[in-house]
Each structure stands twice: as structure tokens, then as C-alpha cells.
Write a protein that binds this ligand. Sequence first.
Ligand SMILES: Cc1cc2nc3c(=O)[nH]c(=O)nc-3n(C[C@H](O)[C@H](O)[C@H](O)COP(=O)(O)OP(=O)(O)OC[C@H]3O[C@@H](n4cnc5c(N)ncnc54)[C@H](O)[C@@H]3O)c2cc1C
Length: 353
Amino acid sequence: MNLPAATESKEAEPGTSVAIIGAGPCGLFQVLELGLLGIQAHVFDSLKVVGGQCAELYPDKPIYDIPALPVCGAQELVDRLMQQIRPFNPRFHLGEEVTTLLPDGAGRFKVGTAGGTELTVGAVVIAAGLGSFQPRRLGVSGAEAFEGDQIQYRVRDAQQLAGKRLVIFGGGDSALDWTVALAPAAASLTLVHRREHFRGAPATVARMRELQAAGRLQHVEGRAESLLTDGNALQGVRIKGNDGKLHEVYGDQILVFFGLHPKLGPIADWGLALERKAIAVDTEKFETSVSGIFAVGDINTYPGKKKLILSGFHEAALAAFGIQHHLFPQKKQFLQYTTTSPIMHRRLGVPDT
Ligand SMILES: Cc1cc2nc3c(=O)[nH]c(=O)nc-3n(C[C@H](O)[C@H](O)[C@H](O)COP(=O)(O)OP(=O)(O)OC[C@H]3O[C@@H](n4cnc5c(N)ncnc54)[C@H](O)[C@@H]3O)c2cc1C
């Protein structure tokens, strides 16, 4: 496959770049459609990785309805999109939830993140899917004080957990995968799940049972009742067992894998017309009720909307023309083919033939 390399990075005129909120497949494809029209994009995602639902919920599953790809793994699709948008040098702001979106009074928008990043852009595309993914929390009093430290919702560095007493909560693939991966090097490992049956892949459940039989881990059936603390340090968790008894499980590090849930969150406060937790858009430009703010992919709604990647790709193409007109109203718009357009070849970094 002959693919173009990254073109030289050019800073767009201040206020003419676009903020894309959400790095799922539709947000990524939006970069391409804007790039082809010569518009620079900043991409924000509250997750530290790109790919949205494809990467977070079903990376290993095959997708069969992407045009011209009879079968494509979900993570593979994300990787291909990243390769395809490389020539446009999008600026990624990962691990940054966009919390504020305000007009700046001069026809532009100020985008602000929970981490304090602020950016002024000419237009905004909300490609926020089901909302920003948040881990389901442990749900016991006082846990917030230890979150990000002794209580974690994802493994950042497995090596740092070697030799520690670990307590893992959950009964799905993530909990089991990490149990099996971490048990051999842990000082001790307790897996807490509210029932005997696990939802993970049968082979992983079998491996977990082997480790349990070999005394490398123990399984407690029940749910977290309260934290065991000593001054400022977390000592472990008190579990209300299915046997009706309270069990004190001691550990240095608590890992919680109750899954992620999407939250519309701050988007609901941006003054946009919503219909049943989705953003209402027109079907000409996929513009929201606020001029200059567009929405593509699963987050939007209009008559006949289907939450498919394919639909989001189409929406991104038309939104890009709407954005171009919003940013440069005097500019005459005409359709060019990537096959034959020298301008697009230059933007794509492919040699003209
Ligand atoms: C199991 C499963 C199988 C599927 N199979 C198919 C299939 O075969 N074919 C198909 O077409 N579709 C399929 N889908 C649906 C498809 O995955 C979605 O339509 C697609 O992911 C939508 O893409 P998106 O870019 O709109 O949003 P998403 O993929 O949801 O990405 C949105 C991103 O926005 C981020 N975000 C949200 N709010 C903020 C904020 N305030 N600040 C920063 N970031 C934010 C989120 O963290 C997320 O990463 C499937 C879905 C699931 C769950």
C-alpha cells in the first residue's frame, strides 16, 4: 500500500482551526474531511487513547459493514483511520475532557478542558459518541480520597504492582485478564466478585481457577461494604460476603474493573438543542442549534438517524463543507476528487501525476 507521509506541519491562522470533541471513529474521520478542505483540527478526548467505542468496548471484534473492507477488526479500523489522517497533523489532546464551550463574542469559540487547556477555535465538531467514558466507581464511602492512588480503575504500569498485595474487583474480561496477568508476581491477590459465575472468556476463567487451585489467588464472593484505613493510608476493604459474613481483605492496591459508562456530562450544559440526550442537527451540514457548532456520529440525532460508523463518516463529509462555509463565507465551494485534484494531493502529501 503506498500511503502518503505526514505533510509539513503548518499552524492555521488563529481562530480558523476546528476543535473536534471526541476521538472515536467519526471524530478521526472528521480530521480527514476537514484536512482535505485545508482546515486544521485539534482533537480532544477524555480517554488517553483514540478510537472511542471501537478501542474501548470491542477492540478485538470484527466489523463487517465498513465499505470496501469485508472484515475489519475494531482496533484495526482505528489504526487505519490514524494512518489515513496522518498527513493532516491533527493536534491531539488526549486524557482531556472538554468541560466548557463558550462563544468568545467575536464569532469564535473558547474550548476549555478539565485539565485547564484553553483554545480559541473558529468552529467546533462534537463527535462525543455516547458521551465521555467514565469508570464505574467502587461506590463505598471515602473511596474518592484514594482514587488515582491506592484505588485505580485501570492499570497504568503492571510492573509497579509486582510484589504488592492486590485486591481486584469485577467479574468481566478486564478483571479476569488482569487477575491472570498479575497473580504470578503479586505478593497476594484477592479477586472479589459478587457471584460465583464470571462473565469473562472461558479460557481466562479456567486459568484463574488454576491459579486459585495453586494458591496464587483467592476468590471472595461479595461486594465492598467499607474501606479499612489507618490514618491516611488505605489498608484494605471490608467485604459483605454472599455468606452473610463480613470479610476483611487487606491489600496495598485496589483495582476496580466494573466497566465504563458513558456520560453526556458537560455537553448537556452548552445550550444546544437536545432530543433524548442526543444533539439535534440538520441533515444538510450537521450543524446544531448554535451556528458554528456541528455534531457528527452517535451523539447527534435527526429523522432517520442510525448509530452506525458509516453514517458518521457521511455526516463528517457534509459537516466539513458546512464548517468551511462557516469559516470562510466568501469562499466559493466546489467538489474536488481526491483522485484527480492537485490541491488535495498536496494536502495529502502525495506526488501529483
Ligand atoms: C459491541 C459493539 C459493536 C458495534 N459494532 C458495530 C458495527 O459492526 N458497525 C457499526 O457501524 N457500528 C458498530 N458499533 C457502533 C459504533 O461503535 C459507533 O457507532 C461508533 O463508535 C460511533 O463513533 P463516534 O465517533 O460517534 O463515537 P464514540 O466511538 O463513542 O467516541 C466518542 C468519543 O468521544 C469522547 N468524549 C465524549 N465526550 C467528551 C468530552 N466532553 N470531552 C472529551 N472527549 C469526549 C469519548 O471518550 C469517546 O472516546 C458497535 C458498538 C458496540 C458497542
